[in-house]
Design a binder for this molecule. Structure first.
Ligand code: SF4
Length: 385
């Protein structure tokens, strides 16, 4: 299983909380698309000839600022260069204000079969507060429109922990989302990232910062509602109707190979991680002068082990301790017997056979628990000697 990610680095507006790579100037859009096509061809060797691509993911930025011919050209090049499965999952991130009926119909025609819609909130004031480009009614309408033109694989994103979002309104938001024709939902806690307008606004005392306790309550409400709707909670922030998990993102979490194309896109070839330059002008210059667009880091055994711990504990499949011992010579049960016993007693973790997995309650602390189990420098010196 392998995937391809294509980063479209343009947005109509800068959402205040966002620290992804994008530009609100569209001046270089045509050149960036041209360069993405060139990069796709140049990175042909990333996959073995017989390697099958099962997922393609347009992310950003906002892919729905692309015209149909631009999408068609990118997809056509990907299919021409790589060995793509005929029924590959092809996900397209989009914003509600771009999804006219006409646009949706064309997306289906060019081969998009999964939509990821950035809804974030159904509250008009909250959308303005976030500086989103769409209205609450567009958020609702576009999902119904997408279903009406035949999309049956739709995921939406929501944000909780917004300071003025009270518990009841958040519960209603989740219920409202569940009433839409979707089969997947991702919900993220609002965070205040470095170098974002949100951080500046908080420093200027114009905006409130997120409250961790309130976010935790929102997370619990989310889990309650999703459990009562019998949705599968398969990763910390991701829920789906039975069997509708995101194949592409699951590939990331299960350490499958993927190639990232476009400014700031990341790749993983099972041994190395690489990341393209996060600057549109520099990306264009490097492609034009046939220079490398990315930097690479070779992962050590310790890096790979810690990634397995982190992604496994954040997901419903957990970590197989016997496999970990076999693959990494890392015996968690002996090293962390006391900690695991404590997490079992607080109902944060369960040990079922060889598999350690977190409960709904424990998922709230997944990153902390994983970091407690991480291999340290001692492990590196033992395994390298
Ligand atoms: S549309 Fe998405 S990528 Fe663009 S600024 Fe908003 S959150 Fe960030």
């Amino acid at each position: 299983m392998a995937g391809i990610y294509i980063h479209i680095p343009f947005c109509k507006k800068a959402c205040f909380y966002c620290d992804f790579h994008f530009s609100v100037s569209f001046k270089s859009k045509a050149d960036i698309i041209e360069s993405i096509l060139l990069e796709t061809k140049r990175r042909r060797e990333f996959f073995e000839k017989e390697e099958i691509i099962e997922t393609i993911y347009f992310g950003g930025g906002t892919p729905s600022v692309l015209t149909m011919s631009e999408i068609d050209e990118i997809l056509g090049t990907v299919y021409e260069v790589f060995n793509v499965l005929p029924d590959a999952e092809v996900t397209f991130e989009c914003n509600p204000d771009d999804l006219s009926l006409e646009y949706l119909k064309m997306l289906k025609l060019v081969g998009i079969n999964r939509l990821s819609i950035g809804i974030q909130s159904f509250n008009e004031n909250h959308l303005v507060w976030m500086n989103r480009s769409h209205t609450a009614s567009q958020s609702l309408q576009c999902v119904h429109d997408a279903a009406s033109v035949g999309f049956n694989n739709i995921t939406i994103d929501l944000i909780y922990g917004v300071p003025q979002l009270d518990n009841q309104e958040w519960r209603d938001t989740v219920k409202q989302a569940l009433a839409l024709p979707i089969n997947h939902l991702s919900a993220y806690s609002l965070t205040m990232e470095e170098n974002t307008p949100y951080k500046k606004l908080v420093q200027q005392k114009k905006y409130k910062q997120p409250d961790e306790d309130q976010s935790s309550i929102h997370y619990e409400i989310l889990i309650q509602e999703m459990n009562s709707a019998k949705w599968e909670h398969y990763e910390v922030s991701n829920f789906c109707k039975q069997g509708n998990s995101s194949k592409h993102n699951t590939g990331y979490w299960q350490q499958k190979k993927y190639l990232g194309i476009g400014p700031s896109a990341h790749s993983f070839d099972l041994e190395n991680r690489s990341w393209n330059v996060s600057n549109n002008a520099q990306y264009l210059e490097r492609i034009a002068s046939n220079k490398k667009t990315f930097e690479t880091e070779l992962l050590t055994l310790q890096d790979r082990l810690n990634e397995t711990l982190l992604t496994g504990l954040r997901a419903k499949w957990g970590i197989n301790l016997a496999e970990l011992k076999e693959d990494y010579a890392y015996d968690i049960l002996t090293r962390y017997k006391e900690e695991i016993g404590y997490w079992q007693s607080t109902n944060w973790a369960k040990l079922e056979g060889d598999v350690l997995r977190l409960t709904d309650q424990g998922l709230l602390f997944a990153d902390y628990i994983a970091s407690e189990l991480f291999a340290d420098e001692d492990y590196s010196s033992q395994t390298s000697s």
